[in-house]
Structures are given as C-alpha cells and as structure tokens.
Design a protein around this ligand. Structure first.
Ligand code: PMP
Length: 429
C-alpha cells in the first residue's frame, strides 16, 4: 500500500495544525501507520489521495449510517444551500426536525439543537444542575461524552473519591464535582449514592458504550440506575450521541425500555453535518432560556444546512424501517464471520455487538467494563489494523472504538472484510 502523498500532506499539516489533525484520534497515534488523507467518500467506500480504496467501517465516527454522499442527502443539501447557509433566525425546518426526534424517542418531549455532541452533553449537565439545584455529576470509566471540563475527568484513586482532571487545563475545582463510577457495577453505584446522593444532579451514561470498544450496559444495571436516580431526585442522562438512531430508530433506551430524564444526541442526527441535540421531559426542558432561566445559545445552532442533512437522514430512517433489519443482518454476518476466523485460527478474541455497532477485543475475557476492555492486547490489534488497512478495510485506528456498518455496505463488502480478517488474523498469531 502506497501512502506517500498522504505522508507528505501529513507532514505539511503538522506545520500548521497541532499534530496535523483537527481531532486527535485521526493522527493514528495508537497504530504505526500514517493516516491516509481522504479525497472523497461514496457509499461504503473511502478514497484516499494516494489512489487507495477502502471499505469504511468508521463512517465519520458514526454519523454516516446511510453511507457517504447518499443521493437524497446530497440533493437536499444542494437545494438548501441555494437558499442560504445560516440566518440566525427561526425556520420551519427546525420544528420539523424537533418533531421527528420527539416522535422517534418518546422520553424526549422537547429538544434543543446544538452543534456537536460535546455541546449536547455539556448543556445537559448545566440543565441537570440548574433543574435539581445540585452540583455533582456521576460518569463512568471508559465512557466518553466529549471534551467539556466536567466530563474530561478520570476516576480518583478510590471508587468514592472525587474525580481528577483528565487533561491539563481542566481545573481541579471542577473535577471535584464529577465522580467516576465503574460500568455495570451496582454495588459501587450504591456506595456513591450513599455518600453523595443528596448532591448528585445527574448520572450520565452511554447506555451502550462505544468509546471503550462496544460494551453494553446490562438490563439489570439500567433498571437499577433508573431506580436509584429517581429515589435521589437526580436526573438520569442517556448519552445517545452514538447510539441514537443507530441501534434502533428509537435509540438504545427503546432496547432497554428505560425512560431517561434527558437524552443527548449527535452524529446521525446531523446526517454528516455538525449537529448535536439534547432533549427530555417538557417540564425539565422548559427551564432552558428563553422559556426558563438556564442559559445556553448558539450562533449556528439549527442552521438550515445541518437541519437539512439531519432531517433528510432521519426521514429516510423513519420511512424505511427495513434499513435496521438489513443492518442487523449484515452486522450479524460480519460479527459471526470474524468470530469464526478467530476461533479457527486460535486467536484469543471476544466480541460485543449491538445492531450495527461492533467490536472485536483481543482478549479471551468477556468485556463488560473498562477494566476488562483494557485486558485487550493492543499490540495484536495494531498488527491486525495495519493488515486490514493494507487489504482495503478502514477500521478505527484503536482497539477501543466501535466499527459501524452502514446501509451502504453490500453483502460483498462484508464477505470481503471477513476474508481480509482471516488473512490479517493469521499475522496476529
Ligand atoms: N458522546 C459520545 C457517546 C460520543 O461518542 C461522542 C463523540 N465520539 C461525543 C459525545 C462527543 O461528540 P462530538 O465529537 O460531536 O463533540
């Protein structure tokens, strides 16, 4: 595989952009390959500047459930752009998008659009604090909610200690108000509520985590979280930035049959343009300015281009439920194929999949939380990743990410990927 032009572009980018990228994971730091620079995407494929073609399982990190340059999305955007890119004034389309979200996700009665997942979770925390009058937030080890101060926090030295900043620049005073819990650990959460329950504004969780590889919460754990938060008048906040409209049109919450107080969205809701959103019960959302006293705003929030891409994507998903059936079939085929390869070759691997989000961990342990995810052999992952890239399969360049199947992947793509993985896994053993 030739990546010479990409390499030169990367070196040039590093002169002007920190690390050469506008978001760290794109620099491929946890693997030993230079990132291909992308020229275009179409359907299930990415094309780089060096003339390589890849079957893409990153899908811009989740938004592209319909694949790249879906004709209806492109057409709608072309028409929208002729009418202007942003007005900073209300449009009918914003209500249409809000309606489709509220109809899809029954726990969401009102929704506010923002521009990224980070903004969505950050604003949801402000709302949770403003609404409850409490200060502390509980998050989970291995869950990622974007890079706002309150959420860029890792666990302190014991389960019950206050959080510590996960990046220079996050004040310790802010970190103190975030507690980091273990995923799927009922006893640990009980202890946290025993000690801090009176001051916990909300618990924010990826119901199906996608940022430590794919790790679903158990049904039992979700039921428990719903009860304990309710009992302490703390809000349960689902971060469905990745899972929303991905694992089901009605979100992960429909799979668990749990009604969170607030839900954050991003990725698919913007159809590939920058969008985030947070929503929930009317009574809570009505606290947001200008209806209520809690402030949050955005120059480009709800702009017509982002709303057009999001609305078109959501409408296609709503009107074609067979897309989710097809995603499930293709993803199952892929996961079973990978699993069979690993078993045949004697590679220690464990698999988690929910719908079109899947992950192969290089460990023989079942992965249920961050600690078990970390048991994965990242060296083996690195070799596997590189071999897959060479074969023309573009995976996320880290063991701790999800692979996404899109509506644009063909059965041939999947079968090709399974065969490529067999060859790649041979290099791992
Ligand atoms: N929440 C989750 C679950 C995410 O996966 C991400 C991004 N990967 C975010 C929040 C942050 O979204 P953004 O990158 O759009 O700020």
């Amino acid at each position: 595989m030739n990546l010479l032009k990409s390499k030169a572009l990367f070196e040039e980018a590093k002169q002007f952009i920190p690390g050469g990228v506008n978001s760290p994971v794109r620099a491929f730091r946890s693997v030993s390959v230079n990132p291909p620079f992308i020229e275009r995407g179409q359907g299930s494929k990415l094309y780089d500047v060096d003339g390589n073609t890849y079957i893409d399982y990153v899908g811009s990190w989740g938004p592209l459930i319909l694949g790249h340059t879906h004709p209806q999305v492109v057409e709608a955007l072309k028409m929208a752009i002729e009418r202007g890119t942003s007005y900073g004034a209300p449009t009918e389309l914003e209500t249409e998008v809000a309606k489709i979200v509220c109809e899809a996700v029954p726990s969401v009665e009102m929704v506010r659009m923002v521009n990224s997942g980070t903004e969505a979770t950050m604003s949801a925390l402000r709302l949770a604090r403003g609404y409850t009058g409490k200060n502390m937030i509980v998050k989970f080890e291995g869950n990622y909610h974007g890079h706002s101060d309150s959420l860029l926090i890792k666990a302190g030295s014991g389960a019950l200690t206050h959080g510590v900043p996960d990046s220079p620049g996050v004040p310790a005073d802010i970190a103190r108000n975030t507690i980091t819990a273990q995923y799927n650990d009922i006893e640990g959460m009980k202890q946290i509520f025993e000690v801090h329950g009176h001051d916990i504004a909300g618990v924010i969780i990826e119901p199906i985590a996608g940022n430590m590889g794919v790790v679903p919460a158990t049904q039992e754990y979700m039921n428990f979280l719903r009860e304990i938060t309710k009992a302490h008048e703390s809000l349960l906040i689902f971060d469905e930035v990745m899972t929303g409209f991905r694992v089901s049109f009605h979100g992960a919450q429909s799979l668990y049959n749990i009604c969170p107080d607030l839900t954050c969205f991003g990725k698919i809701i913007g159809g590939g343009l920058p969008v985030g959103a947070y929503g929930g019960k009317r009574e809570i959302m009505a606290q947001m300015s200008p209806a209520g006293p809690i402030y949050q705003a955005g120059t480009l929030s709800g702009n017509p281009l982002a709303m057009t891409a999001g609305f078109t994507t959501l409408k296609i998903l709503r009107d074609h439920p067979e897309i989710y059936v097809d995603l499930e079939e293709k993803s199952k085929l892929l996961a079973e194929g990978l699993q069979k390869n690993a078993a045949q070759l004697g590679v220690n691997a464990s698999f988690n999949r929910v719908g079109s989000m899947l992950c192969m961990f290089f460990t023989d342990r079942q992965v249920v939380d961050y600690a078990s995810a970390l048991a994965s052999d990242t060296k083996k992952f690195g070799i596997y990743f590189e071999e897959m890239l060479k074969a023309g399969v573009y995976l996320a360049p880290s063991q701790f990410e999800a692979a996404f199947v899109s509506a644009a992947h063909s059965k041939e793509d999947i079968l090709f990927t399974i065969e490529a993985s067999y060859q790649a896994l041979k290099k791992v053993i």
